[in-house]
Design a protein around this ligand. Structure first.
Ligand code: MLT
Ligand code: MN
Ligand code: ZN
Length: 310
């Protein structure tokens, strides 16, 4: 199974257009050791030809240009992207749908009822695509048991589960969490049994998740913030990380402590990768103490263009 990180940044990317935090300013000026990151998306394939796009980032056109495997050029209009799975309805995961409007072949969209509701009401993205390429909507099961496959994507199987994060600010249930607002997905390559867990929005590793996460050879989880009060401390927001759906890495109950609970799979070390990293996060600085702490715990920080082959 080939997992390619198209964008490892959170909403806004890194550097964010209007941000002059230590990281964004330092990246522009070349005074910190870090690399830019586009907004949150991965793509996955077993055969290297047919790909599933997870989330449609505002940066998707650049991401496709940067990863030629997504453009096999077999016809006058063509793409390697066979389907799009949306893990939530957040702006950084869905705005790229507008960029993928051309053509007469309908986009195959896999999402929960809750996400479909948000993207056909408060945010009309899926309705608007109807005026261009059109879509086929496939309802994603969220019981953590019922797997689904995607036509034209051979050898991959997907099991998704509802998890605790947050619906987008524009959603009527932003502060009233509903099952299916956000999902995590276990991606399995059928022939090898290799599995990857993907949950870029994750406020808490609730008791029902380890059953799925335990199966994974690679765990890719929410790496948005280092502390729960990161945005408050910088004067950028009045809300905590957890309250907007992102479990921070440090502290009690944080992602580092939780990831320490996952060790070996079939005698091999499980890869632990943080993704959806906010531009304020000190782990973006490759020589930071926070990054060193992650390394000590065997945790990697995703970057644009990262390839994971399982
Ligand atoms: C989030 O992950 O919390 C959102 O994508 C933030 C945003 O919309 O910028
Ligand atoms: Mn986001
Ligand atoms: Zn910034």
């Amino acid at each position: 199974m080939h997992i390619h990180v198209l964008g490892a940044g959170a909403g806004g990317g890194f550097p964010q257009w209007n941000c002059n935090c230590f990281n964004c300013d330092g990246l522009r000026k070349g005074t910190i050791k870090a690399t830019k990151r586009t907004q949150s998306s991965i793509c996955v394939s077993s055969d290297g030809v047919n790909w599933v796009l997870f989330n449609a980032s505002p940066d998707v056109l650049q991401q496709i240009q940067d990863f030629p495997a997504l453009q096999p050029a077999r016809a006058i209009r063509d793409t390697g992207i066979q389907a799009i799975v949306l893990i939530d309805a957040q702006i950084d995961h869905t705005t790229g749908l507008y960029m993928l409007r051309e053509g007469t072949v309908k986009r195959e969209i896999y999402c929960t009822d809750m996400v479909y509701g948000d993207l056909t009401s408060g945010n009309q993205a899926l309705n608007i695509l109807g005026y261009y390429c059109g879509i086929n909507h496939h309802q994603v099961p969220i019981d953590g048991k019922t797997s689904f496959t995607i036509p034209n994507v051979p050898n991959l199987k997907f099991t998704s589960v509802s998890l605790k994060s947050a619906a987008p600010p524009y959603s009527p249930h932003r502060n009233d969490p509903q099952a299916g607002d956000t999902i995590g997905v276990l991606i399995e390559e059928v022939s090898t049994g290799k599995k990857c867990w993907y949950s870029p929005g994750l406020a808490e590793i609730e008791p029902h998740l380890p059953e799925l996460m335990d199966q994974a050879d690679c765990i890719m989880v929410d790496g948005t913030f280092w502390t729960n009060t990161e945005m408050i401390d910088m004067g950028l927001m009045t809300k905590t990380a957890r309250s907007i759906g992102h479990n921070p890495q440090s502290g009690e109950g944080g992602m580092i402590e939780k990831l320490d609970e996952f060790g070996l799979k079939n005698g091999q070390a499980v890869r632990k990768v943080l993704i959806h990293i906010n531009n304020t996060n000190p782990i973006l600085r490759e020589d930071s103490a926070e990054r060193a702490t992650l390394t000590q715990h065997g945790i990697e920080v995703a970057y644009d263009g990262m390839d994971i082959i399982l």
